[in-house]
Design a protein around this ligand. Structure first.
Ligand SMILES: Nc1ncnc2c1ncn2[C@@H]1O[C@H](COP(=O)(O)OP(=O)(O)OP(=O)(O)O)[C@@H](O)[C@H]1O
Ligand SMILES: [Mg+2]
Length: 310
């Protein structure tokens, strides 16, 4: 539980800016305020050092819950690794209260090793490095009941104290909305001006479109580029009669992309096997490379590669 202890210690550190009352308290030569300020500066220095070793950092965001952020994160990471980057891709699961990446990639129950440089991430398929709160909880029933500052402190540690090493891509999976975790991640990675962009996931319905606008505005406010919008759960082809049904309607993602002037990355259809593979911890696109959904993920990755690598 090394990380949890360290996280707890850092709650106070993360709130140092609010601790003006500490200024006067002396602790030997250094006041408590100065000590906390120094700790935060050191932590931010470590974040800069680790992040500078990772070529591309991408955040996956959505305004709404359950639209497929974690699915898109996991499949983008697998696609990037599969296209000739084994051991060169990482996933930071920043969903502190509802981590799902280890389950989706069959990487649960690993015990994280730690050493002098920090904590070593778990390994998923194709050598994908994964860090997630899921590895730190004692049981499946244990909830994380933390307020915002504590979640932000955990995220700071995931960035500062994890031995990410040299990576081509780090994909960051966020919880729904534009709350503490999203804000912390984007601000911390922007310390190095290093965020390559944000992928916004939506489903086609108008209800979901409304919150996409908020996600785009949030991203722009933080001066991060929007890499584009993914329309997930876009239509369903019945495996029995072959008829297509637009369960959540269709085309909403493309329309909102045009309206907001951001790129459209692609449509991923509903496919029962995406859900089954995620539940079994199997990489969907490797298992079903010829499915329309796997092809859609590969095309999305190609667009992202083209934008970031030319
Ligand atoms: N295109 C799809 N076809 C079939 N099932 C899908 C598809 N996309 C996602 N799912 C399934 O829908 C469920 C929700 O997806 P996921 O967990 O990725 O959403 P999320 O946006 O990350 O949710 P949360 O907001 O809770 O983090 C999962 O069971 C996943 O397997
Ligand atoms: Mg999720």
């Amino acid at each position: 539980m090394l990380v949890l202890c360290a996280v707890t210690q850092n709650i106070n550190s993360s709130a140092y800016s609010k601790c003006r009352s500490l200024r006067g308290k002396k602790m030997g030569a250094e006041s408590e305020f100065e000590k906390r300020k120094r700790e935060i500066e050191e932590q931010e220095q470590r974040i800069k050092t680790w992040m500078s070793k990772i070529k591309h950092k991408i955040v996956v965001l959505s305004g709404k819950g359950g639209v497929g952020k974690s699915t898109v994160t996991a499949n983008l990471a697998v696609a990037l690794a599969w296209k000739g980057r084994p051991n060169q891709v990482g996933i930071l699961d920043a969903d502190i209260t509802g981590p799902s990446i280890p389950k989706m990639l069959g990487a649960r129950k690993q015990v994280l090793e730690s050493g002098p440089p920090g904590i070593f991430p778990a390994l998923g398929p194709l050598g994908i490095k994964i860090i997630s709160m899921d590895f730190l909880l004692p049981s499946d029933e244990t909830p994380v009941i933390w307020r915002g500052p504590l979640k932000s402190a955990a995220i700071r540690q995931f960035l500062a104290d994890v031995v990410w090493g040299d990576l081509e891509y780090l994909i960051i999976d966020l919880p729904p909305g534009t709350g503490d975790e999203a804000l912390s991640i984007m601000q911390l990675i922007q310390l190095t001006q290093g965020l390559d962009g944000v992928v916004i996931v939506t489903i086609p319905s108008e209800v979901s479109q409304l919150v996409v606008k908020k996600a785009v505005t949030f991203t722009r406010e933080l001066k991060a580029p929007v890499l584009g919008i993914v329309e997930n759960m876009s239509g369903f082809v019945c495996p029995y009669c072959g008829r297509r049904v637009d369960i959540f309607r269709s085309g909403g993602g493309e329309k909102i992309s045009k309206d907001l002037g951001v790129p459209f990355l692609g449509k991923v259809p509903l496919d029962q096997r995406i859900c089954e593979d995620a539940d079994q911890g199997m990489p969907f696109i490797v298992r079903h490379p010829d499915s329309p959904a796997a092809k859609a993920f590969m095309e999305i990755v190609e667009k992202i590669e083209k934008t970031l690598e030319g």
